[in-house]
Design a protein around this ligand. Structure first.
Ligand code: NAP
Length: 537
């Protein structure tokens, strides 16, 4: 229903994922009015859309959860080390219920426009349904992985079977029983899905363009004893997490991979692969895996050795081994349960679509340069227009009608990853220019929301209503983000961190790589110095 007069709020928050929900809670706490506009028909953001089989978080549930309310963290029981998508969605719903948030969340409300109105000094926001809002502040809680890359294969419309994208999965699930399934994409989503589809389907063909590194999650149930122990010391665990680069509880080794003997190195890698609990712990096995090529190669060799030991067919094993032009961990590390083991099943094939590219989808399957594959269902796990896609898909206009799309034509530009010069009173939560996807997102979201809520509260106390990043501050921050990234191996990979997965997208390393503690210190100092680099009025 279109509203004739725009509804007026202190803030419009775009997105009802972890960030939007906590922002709403926090603004209410300081007595501000807010409306959350959510494109989906339910809350949860990425956890609402990504309901493909096997979807689970690659950060441990005890860390990938809000810390702002002790009663919540004491009363909620995670069932597994890595929570499944349905469990995370249940958690999000419990948070919304507990804090009575739904009454300020509007579902099925895709924001199409956000324009700064110089006359009123407020933001005018419109949705696809034609609803209009006006607010002093607009807060983009739009997520980093919310715009799926639509499959662009010729002939898709002629396909007589079913096809699905991992990030727009049918709510009722998909039955693969008796089916010949083709899976395109071997990033985190494809790697999680493959073992489950292989179990259900008659046959699974995995179409791999680039082999990425995957490490075992070592997922397991969380026993009542483990939960009780963590809860006894939850505060300490959260504090320790705050002081790690990634904002979650991972024991980091502060030695270089090159300063230890071969035997010690293997022992440490083995400990991380198996004993210490798997997952991202592997990235912290040594302090220079993402800085030093030689150290990185040691980790890469270790994982390649594991792949060859697990996968019995040497041709498949060779194909699954990432090549030397992809340093370990520079594309998001995949965290799996039985991914490589899946290729030992007689009903699973692997096709190298770098050597034999996909030419088209046919009515009955898929044709590569050399042959045709008969398929009943095609699953696209082809990723996202990451970090910037959700923002540039909205017509955002700041001062003088300047468009954010134009401003970010050569890559995202922010001050502290929080604000954009020329776009007063607009904030971005946990997006480009901040630790974001290189950290525990929930932690980084809490950091941003707390910082912003304090900022808005202080402005109000000073009788001010406007805050805007200055151009020099933004320029310096962008230069700093790039300079720090260039000290690492990250920019060498064609990753979505670099925008390299979207044809035509500028190649810029988007997240801030210096780590959460360094970042937190900077943003807190900026606040202490009266919001240095911002103009307020
Ligand atoms: P992704 O990492 O971008 O992987 C996309 C895959 O599709 C890549 O293997 C890519 O190959 C392939 N691909 C894309 N276009 C293709 C084409 N035209 N032909 C053949 N192959 C094509 O996307 P994702 O797996 O959805 O994961 C994205 C991010 O979401 C993850 O990195 C992670 O941060 C997050 N995520 C997290 C979890 C978790 O928490 N466990 C689960 C899923 C996703 P190339 O490598 O050659 O481009």
């Amino acid at each position: 229903m279109s509203s004739p007069t725009p509804a007026s709020y202190d803030a419009v928050i775009v997105g009802a994922g972890f960030a939007g929900i906590y922002q709403l809670y926090s603004l209410r706490k300081i007595g501000m009015t807010a409306r959350v506009l959510e494109a989906g028909s339910g809350i949860g953001g990425t956890w609402f859309w990504n309901r493909y089989p096997g979807a689970r978080c690659d950060v441990e549930s005890l860390d990938y959860s809000y810390s702002f309310d002790d009663q919540l963290q004491q009363e909620w029981d995670w069932s597994e080390r890595y929570a499944t998508q349905p469990e995370i969605l249940r958690y999000v719903h419990e948070v919304a219920r507990r804090f009575d948030l739904m009454r300020d969340i509007q579902l099925n409300a895709r924001v199409t426009e956000a324009h700064f109105n110089e006359g009123t000094g407020r933001w005018d926001v419109a949705t696809a349904a034609g609803d209009r809002f006006t607010a002093t502040y607009v807060i983009m809680a739009t997520g980093c992985l919310s715009i799926p890359q639509a499959p662009k294969f010729p002939g898709l419309e002629s396909f007589k079977g079913r096809w699905h994208h991992s990030a727009d999965w049918p709510a009722g699930g998909v039955d693969f029983k008796g089916q010949k399934v083709g899976l395109i994409g071997t990033g985190s989503s494809g790697v999680q899905m493959a073992p489950i589809i292989a179990e259900q389907a008659d046959h699974l063909t995995v179409f791999q363009r680039t082999a990425n590194f995957s490490v075992p999650a070592q997922n397991e149930p969380l026993t009542p004893e483990v939960l009780a122990e963590v809860k006894r010391h939850y505060g300490e665990r959260r504090k320790l997490a705050l002081d790690t680069a990634t904002g979650h509880f991972l024991i980091a080794n502060d030695k270089s991979a090159m300063e230890v003997t071969e035997e010690e190195r293997q022992k440490e890698f083995e400990f991380r692969w198996r004993g210490a609990g798997g997952g991202f712990r592997m990235l912290r096995a040594f302090n220079d895996l993402l800085l030093n090529k030689q150290s990185n190669e040691k980790a890469a060799d270790f994982v390649r050795g594991k792949i060859r030991a697990i996968v019995k067919d040497p041709v498949k094993a060779d194909l699954l081994c990432p090549k030397s032009d992809l340093p370990f961990g520079t594309k998001r590390l995949c965290v799996d349960s039985d991914y490589y083991e899946t290729f030992n099943r007689p009903n699973v094939d692997l096709v190298d679509v770098k050597a034999d590219p996909i030419i088209e989808v046919t009515p009955t399957g898929l044709r590569t340069k050399s042959r045709e594959y008969q398929l009943d269902t095609i699953v696209f796990a082809t990723g996202f227009d990451a970090m910037t896609g959700a923002l540039t898909s909205i017509d955002v206009r700041g001062r003088d009608g300047a468009s954010l799309r134009d401003k970010w034509e050569h890559g995202p530009r922010t001050y502290l990853g929080l604000a954009v010069a020329g776009f007063p009173n607009m904030f971005v939560l946990a997006g480009p220019g901040s630790p974001s996807v290189l950290s525990n997102m929930v932690h980084s979201i809490e950091l941003h929301v707390d910082w912003l809520t304090t900022c808005l509260s202080r402005l109000r106390a000073e009788g001010k209503t406007t805050i805007e990043a200055s151009q020099p501050a933004e320029d310096q921050w962008v230069a700093h983000v790039n300079e720090i990234a260039d000290r690492t191996l990250y920019p060498t990979a064609n990753s979505w961190y670099m925008g390299a997965n979207v044809p035509g997208k500028p190649r810029v390393f988007m997240p801030y790589v210096a780590g959460v503690p360094a970042y937190r210190k900077i943003v807190n100092e900026v606040a202490e110095k009266g919001y240095e680099g911002f103009a307020t009025a």
